[in-house]
Design a protein around this ligand. Structure first.
Ligand SMILES: [Zn+2]
Length: 95
């Protein structure tokens, strides 16, 4: 039986994640990438929610875009791309 490298919690066969501290046991890089992709989606969903909840979708979207330009990273670029796709899909479905 191996143990969690982080907290020493006993590791069960088949577990990919420590139930105690949440550390991944295997394929760490891959799983972290997956996690980041999920976080990206959550962020994207959060942005969409904020935009829709702002009442004025146009100005809400502009505010979000301004915020993204301010702190533009690879992640930001991706979110920007996703939002453009989202807006395009929205416009295409309305027309
Ligand atoms: Zn642990």
């Amino acid at each position: 039986m191996s143990q969690c490298l982080e907290c020493g919690h006993q590791r069960n066969a088949g577990d990919i994640k420590c139930p105690k501290c949440g550390r991944f046991y295997s394929k760490i890089a891959e799983i972290i990438a997956e996690q980041e992709a999920q976080e990206e989606m959550q962020t994207f969903r959060g942005r969409c929610k904020r935009i829709v909840n702002s009442g004025d979708i146009k100005s809400g979207l502009l505010d979000e875009l301004k915020q993204m330009w301010a702190g533009l990273t690879k992640k930001g670029m991706f979110a920007l791309f996703v939002i453009f796709v989202f807006v395009f899909a929205l416009v295409a479905s309305v027309l």
